[in-house]
Design a binder for this molecule. Structure first.
Ligand SMILES: NC(=O)c1ccc[n+]([C@@H]2O[C@H](COP(=O)([O-])OP(=O)(O)OC[C@H]3O[C@@H](n4cnc5c(N)ncnc54)[C@H](OP(=O)(O)O)[C@@H]3O)[C@@H](O)[C@H]2O)c1
Length: 316
């Protein structure tokens, strides 16, 4: 991408989209266009076509999606399936019709089937039964990912997708009703410290292992892929750093300065014992993450203190 190229970031207010905009600006890109959801609803085909015809972006990052936790996904499969399918179809087709030079679509490692071998390789997509709780989301995002590959194969379009690991970082939600594991634990341990709570219970043995990527690393990988990769298959984006839930909890308690005891409630389930993707194809292209889990959590805790605890965000 030339520094003055016209770049559209769909979903620029979200956690991933906002990080992509920050990364592009940091790297000196000057012509970034964005639209709020209220101005441009990407589920409306005619509006999306009009936007692309008027603006004619040269490069597109698709980070807009309806994203939610297990509960929202299992209670509202119609909405999660339809919205994500419509966003993928409308944006990818309009981009192609308007001659966009290159497009990058965000998939998610949570759409891989349940029974994959670890670390999960790209060819595991759609190779088995999908997780029931987010099946509609997974079908829609799998189609968006494949649609890029179909455009590449059938029309030679330079459309690629990435499949990121669990992500955390700036602009994460800290709303206890609807947040990911790392912000939930940061909030829980910070509040326990403030309230002098002596002991915190951890569900399960804490031995289940997970992989997390800091959102700035994900955004950096997206820009890297845009500039360096044009293959016909999508790429996993992870750190290859596996961490047990117990280790994660200890890093968070140390970071926030909680000195009480962590007690494992082994009567509770551990969930999947492992969940790590194989990012070797991306790494072999020369990309690597900058954040370790410890440095990423430190940065997110600073964000939490600045914007939520001291910033008076409604999130608190
Ligand atoms: N977060 C993760 O851990 C993670 C990991 C791997 C992959 N990803 C992928 O990254 C992408 C973005 O995730 P995220 O965590 O950044 O989600 P997010 O914070 O919820 O952001 C999604 C953005 O999309 C916008 N949007 C939703 N529906 C729209 C519509 N109909 N028209 C226009 N804009 C719409 C939202 O705007 P409003 O809020 O105004 O509706 C929001 O700004 C998703 O595809 C997700 O699968 C995320």
């Amino acid at each position: 991408m030339e520094k003055g190229a016209k770049i559209y970031v769909a979903g620029h207010n979200g956690m991933v989209g906002s990080a992509i905009v920050r990364e592009l600006k940091k790297q000196g890109y000057t012509n970034i266009i964005c639209r709020d959801h209220s101005t441009l609803d990407l589920t409306r085909q005619a509006e999306v076509e009009r936007f692309f015809e008027q603006e004619k972006p040269e490069y597109v990052f698709v980070a807009a999606a309806l994203v939610g936790g297990i509960r929202a996904n299992s209670e509202r499969p119609v909405e999660f399936g339809l919205v994500n399918m419509q966003i993928a179809c409308n944006v990818i087709k309009s981009a192609f019709d308007c001659g966009v030079k290159k497009l990058l679509y965000l998939g998610s490692a949570c759409i891989y089937p349940n029974d994959c071998d670890f670390p999960i390789k790209e060819d595991a997509l759609l190779s088995g039964r999908l997780e029931q709780t987010n099946e509609a989301y997974a079908i829609a995002k799998s189609f968006g990912t494949r649609l890029c590959e179909y455009y590449h194969r059938e029309y030679g379009a330079d459309f690629v997708a990435v499949m990121p690991a669990n992500c955390y970082g700036e602009n994460d939600s800290f709303d206890p009703k609807n947040c990911h594991v790392i912000p939930a634990l940061i909030r829980k341990y910070h509040e326990a410290k403030q309230n002098g709570v002596k002991q915190i219970e951890l569900w399960g043995t804490g031995s289940a292992k997970r992989e997390f990527i800091y959102v700035d690393d994900l955004a950096n990988a997206c820009v890297f892929v845009m500039n360096n990769y044009s293959g016909n298959s999508f790429l996993n984006v992870g750190t290859s750093e596996e961490i047990s839930i117990l280790e994660l909890t200890k890093i968070i308690s140390e970071t926030v300065g909680y000195t009480g005891e962590i007690v494992c409630d082994t009567s509770k389930p551990d969930g999947k014992l492992r969940n790590v993707i194989d990012s070797s194809r991306l790494i072999s292209l020369g990309w690597k993450p900058k954040y370790t889990i410890r440095t990423g959590i430190k940065k997110l805790y600073e964000f939490y203190l600045k914007t939520i605890v001291n910033g008076g965000s409604g999130n608190e």
